[in-house]
Design a protein around this ligand. Structure first.
Ligand code: HPA
Ligand code: ZN
Length: 338
């Protein structure tokens, strides 16, 4: 692999999986403008470029304020369809063949948009994308952790008629003073209903090691979103490696909120046998999808083709797929130029 151009081409052709992407975080400014016009919502900016120029986030709360405000343009089933369809087209163009996508129902039901409206629009895009684009996807329903546990439980119950469309549940939004244990009963019920479990342990959050410990010991998660700070505690690292838990790391997102791609940390995870994976998180806001994240790791942190292949392999290994599908994707990866 002689040049960066070779490595870019190598990354582009690799069959990939994405396990940590917020559908609402894929809302591109051009689609925002189209939906705002259709739904009579004022965006407060004259052009998509001016909207992007106003993205000013340097930590999790400053990002979340912009993220929730922008969602107000999503009102009708067709809007959610167009949001999910645009992401699936884009990610397929980067050879992402499988994705697990988060959605935040409470961010919509709290504005008077029905759960049914949200999920039916997303589902229509998923079915069409599988048939027409050959991209397979599953949905993970996230609870907003700053809201009361009772609201999460209500949302969980509202989801049950659509259980066959949802593979798992997650926990996102503002982590400060909202530990995993606050949602222990909700996640226990979700597990009993057959959902897989994951939770955000965002980078450099207050009490992060306690939160990661609760994910392991109280909640019994199947995966951790971010989880980079586990490296500060060898016992947590050993337990994550022993259980084979995936960690969905988001380098460009990290660069926005902690000013660092966390390349050294990702290397340490791989060396410790922790199943780190690479993901885009909120690509429309952080201005980078899957390939841009992998290219950034190469160009700014010196990741080699072999390291990138290991990270992509981990994604298929920890994905919530049955064994037959997993083997199918791993065989594609082995048969690619890797
Ligand atoms: N962290 C927490 N909550 C979120 C994020 C994130 O990066 N993106 C969307 N909701
Ligand atoms: Zn996230």
């Amino acid at each position: 692999m002689s040049t960066t151009n070779d490595l870019r081409a190598f990354i582009a052709q690799l069959p990939k999986a994405e396990l940590h992407v917020h559908l609402e975080g894929t809302l591109e400014p051009e689609l925002s403008f189209a939906l705002a016009a259709r739904n009579g919502v004022q965006l407060g900016h004259d052009t998509p470029e001016a909207l992007v120029a106003a993205y000013d986030f340097h930590d999790l709360p400053s990002f979340l304020a912009i993220y929730y405000k922008a969602m107000e343009v999503l009102v009708h089933e067709q809007d959610f369809y167009e949001l999910a369809w645009a992401y699936l087209v884009k990610t397929r163009s980067q050879n992402v063949l499988y994705c697990e996508m988060f959605f935040d129902p409470q961010a919509h039901t709290g504005r008077g948009v029905a759960f049914d409206t949200v999920i039916k629009g997303i589902r229509r895009a998923q079915v069409q994308a599988a048939a027409e684009l050959g991209v397979e996807s599953q949905l993970i329903m996230c609870f907003l952790r700053e809201l009361p546990a009772a609201s999460a439980m209500e949302t969980l119950i509202a989801s049950l008629p659509y259980k066959h469309w949802i593979v798992g549940v997650g926990l996102d939004s503002d982590e400060k003073n909202n530990p995993p244990i606050k949602f222990a009963a909700v996640f226990a019920r979700a597990r009993a209903e057959g959902y897989r479990l994951t939770m955000h342990c965002d980078v450099n959050q207050q009490n992060t090691l306690v939160h990661i410990g609760q994910c392991l010991d109280v909640i019994g998660v199947d995966r951790i979103d971010h989880g980079v700070n586990a490296l500060e505690d060898p016992a947590l690292c050993a337990e994550i490696a022993r259980r084979g838990l995936g960690l969905t790391v988001c380098p460009i997102s990290n660069r926005f909120v902690v000013q660092n791609l966390t390349g050294d940390e990702i290397r340490r995870m791989l060396a410790l046998g922790m199943k780190a994976t690479i993901n885009s998180d909120d690509p429309a806001y952080f201005r980078g999808y899957m390939n841009e994240n992998l290219i950034a790791l190469h160009e700014d942190a010196g990741f080699t083709a072999a390291e990138i292949t290991s990270l992509v392999r981990n994604s298929f290994e920890v994905a919530w797929l049955d064994d037959r599908r997993r083997q199918h994707y791993l065989a594609l990866l082995d048969g690619s130029g890797s």
